[in-house]
Design a protein around this ligand. Sequence first.
Ligand code: NG1
Ligand code: ZN
Length: 533
Amino acid sequence: MDQLEKASQKSMLHPKPKGLMLQYGTAGFRTTAKHLDHVMFRMGLLATLRSRKTKSTIGVMVTASHNPEEDNGLKLIDPMGEMVTPSWEGYATQLANAEQEVLCSALKDIIEKETINMSETASVFVGRDTRPSSQRLSQAVLDGVSCLGGQIQDYGLVTTPQLHYMVRCRNTHGCYGTDTLQGYYQKLSQAFIELTKNARNHTDDQKRLLVDGANGIGALKVRELEACLQSELQMVLFNDGSNGKLNYLCGADYVKVQQKPPQGQLEYSPWCERCCSFDGDADRIVYYYNDSDGSFHLLDGDKIATLISTYLKELLTQAGLNLQIAVVQTAYANGSSTQYLEDIMKVTVSCTKTGVKHLHHAAQKFDIGVYFEANGHGTALFSEKAEKEIQQLVKDPNVSDEKKHAAKLLENTINLINQATGDAISDMLVIEAVLAIRGMTVQEWDSIYTDLPNRQLTVKVADRRMIDTADAERRAVTPAGLQDSIDALVKKYTKARAFVRPSGTEDLVRVYAEAETQESADVLAHEVSLAVY
Ligand code: NG1
Ligand code: ZN
């Protein structure tokens, strides 16, 4: 196996710090950028093997999303643009942690277990975010791919969801779209312009949206998109990277966790103006506005899921289509959102573990599955059956104008959605289109239901793996007695709920609490975090 020996030799140029152990977690590898060169090279090798195994193009994205600028990370993208399958996450961890002497045999192991034909062609798409370390690290990925003879397409600076989109386009041979940035912008903007033709009172004021680019890749890409939107959306970009640090005091994660506006917002925004924040790789989005009394209102992933699912449900009814629509959430979903969706909207709600791959998988079980994490990462998935029925209705000469109109709206909405993964740009356009079609203000959207006050905290512990959870992470199974303590604390408050879980991306434990008042939620979160020690 010549290629493997060459790869193993080349890997000495990307040395692994002895003893360093990293894990492919919920969002791939993620740690300080200086520890990642060897991981990148090896993931270039692994992506090439995965491509041979699947006979498809595989994606490698270099990013650490909402984490600090000094960090970096990597995600592997499977053929349909989804996160890599779990068994290969295991290989990723093994390969990243193999010491130099055993790297060759670690590669051989994977090839044998997966019966990979090394003479197959291989193709890998690579993308990166704007972190200073990303260019160097993505070069290490490219080295890995070329070392095993894989073909490379280096997209350079792209958002994470743009790379997912490219992979899906390539592997569906153009049925999903064209695998270029221009193809992406054209697909989305055409659908958006078609949809906003149905807008009510679409004045310039209503077309205005403030966009916090988190000083990252999303800001660059919003600028590129702008030219295609024919002024149907007038974005005022701030935190565009010109004088701020990536994710620092800005971006979707900051706004969601701190429950306050990002730095810079007030300079641009009059009271009540609609604003949104992307995260550092533009796969998350949250909306917000400041009230005339100065209070801050957050519209997070739960509010987004509610807006999108109610809009889709209404269109299905108008179109007379009998398709099952469901919303997939995690334990972090605000209790009010779940209650509204189940009791008022009569929509099926399912709860999964944190991490987009779990939500994505659960959403695939329905005709239409809308999934969002509360932090704003999500999208909607349409089954083949759903897409076919909608397309047939659009073409059917014997249906009423009302039904045809609803079917066309559904068809354009499908084209506007990035079904490969959650996508801040695509989600933003969907939300803007829905608000425009319904003639709805951000305040009206916000008033659909009222969030229960909530608080998220983190706790540093010696070993976060001592906490094991069940029931979609809503209950702690170990250590013994912890869940009983949480239950006893929760009982003290009205409409309260709390849970703890080990983070899948950082070395800490996360605590979540919600209750009838902000004070109760804050105290409960604090009390629960003390119970974790
Ligand atoms: P962890 O660190 O496992 O909580 C965080 C987010 C997830 C997901 C991943 C990947 C929260 C509470 N957790 O995971 O939802 O987005 O990062 O980015 O927001
Ligand atoms: Zn992200």
